[in-house]
Write a protein that binds this ligand. Structure first.
Ligand SMILES: NC(=O)c1ccc[n+]([C@@H]2O[C@H](COP(=O)([O-])OP(=O)(O)OC[C@H]3O[C@@H](n4cnc5c(N)ncnc54)[C@H](OP(=O)(O)O)[C@@H]3O)[C@@H](O)[C@H]2O)c1
Length: 309
């Protein structure tokens, strides 16, 4: 099968497109023919060595987290799936991932893809919806009528943060560059701030929840817009040595776990029409270096999707 491997941490030049042997499903695993996979910032951070412990046996390593495809074969004891099922899921960090024509993965992490969406859409919705759902529903406990600021609304996770916030009945404010304002409004944002020309701390106040997908100095300044008792839910890097400047707000980092039960919750959002795929830019696995360079600019709208087959 075709796969993208790295043999060392480094820049885009360490990404190698290769023809390698198909994986075999181990006990409890499903072998899935991948139709679509996406690029997440975690991929180029992993490539650069940000997360992984380069323990013996890590290299060569296949990057990639979320995917959609068709079950080819099941390992002993793999439950809840049948060959031919259309499925989607999110791989855990550290194991071989989804930049490949096939993946052998714990069957318990994979859910049935709603028939109403394509493999491209399912891949683009997997980690983005998982993250926004766990952040806003499970962690921040966002409820109807609350005021939510989504930092980075045009990004992959931000696109879903807006939609889930809107679906839960929140008043959704988001930050985006002017070229993305129509995009985020169409996803359900009630107010859009051009963060280039407007200081969001002067335009927004008394938020119940900030969902920070940008990090850095944006994270530090976002505390100013929370009301007393508000919740800061963050998924992008805090500034080095950062300490929260207020003790009258909750600071929460969502625990973005993987499991079929979460994929089934995502499917409920999809079939209820509560969420749709973010904007997609299509590439092939052969364009992986270009895809990583583009993602690392921090200004992709929606998702880069690899159309694998
Ligand atoms: N903890 C977890 O489990 C988890 C899961 C998923 C993602 N993450 C992390 O969350 C972050 C976001 O992920 P993602 O996939 O959504 O990234 P992404 O799609 O690459 O986000 C890019 C978006 O960020 C926007 N942006 C950049 N700078 C901004 C600023 N100063 N203010 C407002 N918007 C800004 C850009 O919009 P404009 O072009 O309009 O600026 C662009 O659309 C990453 O750091 C990722 O690693 C963590």
């Amino acid at each position: 099968m075709k796969a993208v491997q790295i043999d060392a941490f480094g820049g885009p030049e360490v990404l190698q497109v290769r023809d390698i042997a198909d994986p075999a499903p181990g006990p409890g695993e499903a072998l899935i023919d991948i139709h679509a996979a996406t690029v997440n910032p975690a991929d180029w951070k992993s490539r650069g060595g940000s997360y992984a412990d380069p323990a013996e046996g890590y290299f060569p390593h296949i990057l990639g987290r979320d995917f959609s495809g068709v079950v080819r074969e099941l390992g002993d004891g793999a439950e809840g799936l049948s060959p031919g099922d259309e499925v989607y899921g999110v791989a855990v960090q550290g194991v071989d991932g989804a930049y490949a024509e096939a993946i052998a993965i714990d069957a318990g992490l994979v859910g049935l893809k709603p028939a109403s969406i394509s493999h491209d859409e399912a891949a683009a919705l997997a980690l983005t919806t998982l993250t926004a759902m766990i952040a806003l529903e499970d962690t921040a406990r966002l409820t109807s009528g609350q005021k939510l600021l989504v930092q980075g609304g045009a990004g992959g996770v931000g696109s879903l943060g807006i939609q889930i916030g809107h679906h839960l009945g929140a008043h959704v404010i988001t930050t985006a560059s002017p070229g993305n304002h129509d995009y985020v409004s169409n996803l359900g944002a009630d107010e859009v701030i051009d963060y280039n020309s407007t200081d969001f701390t002067e335009a927004v106040s008394d938020c119940d929840v900030v969902f920070d997908t940008v990090g850095g100095e944006v994270h530090a300044r976002s505390f100013a817009v929370l009301k007393a008792g508000g919740r800061m839910v963050w998924i992008a890097g805090q500034p080095e040595g950062f300490t929260a400047p207020r003790d009258d707000v909750e600071v929460m980092r969502p625990n973005v776990k993987r499991a079929r039960a979460y994929m089934d919750r995502i499917s409920e959002f999809i079939t209820a029409g509560a969420v749709k795929a973010p904007e997609m830019q299509f590439m092939s696995l052969d364009q992986v270096r270009e895809a990583h360079e583009l993602s690392a600019t921090g200004h992709v709208r929606g998702k880069i999707v690899f159309q694998v087959r």
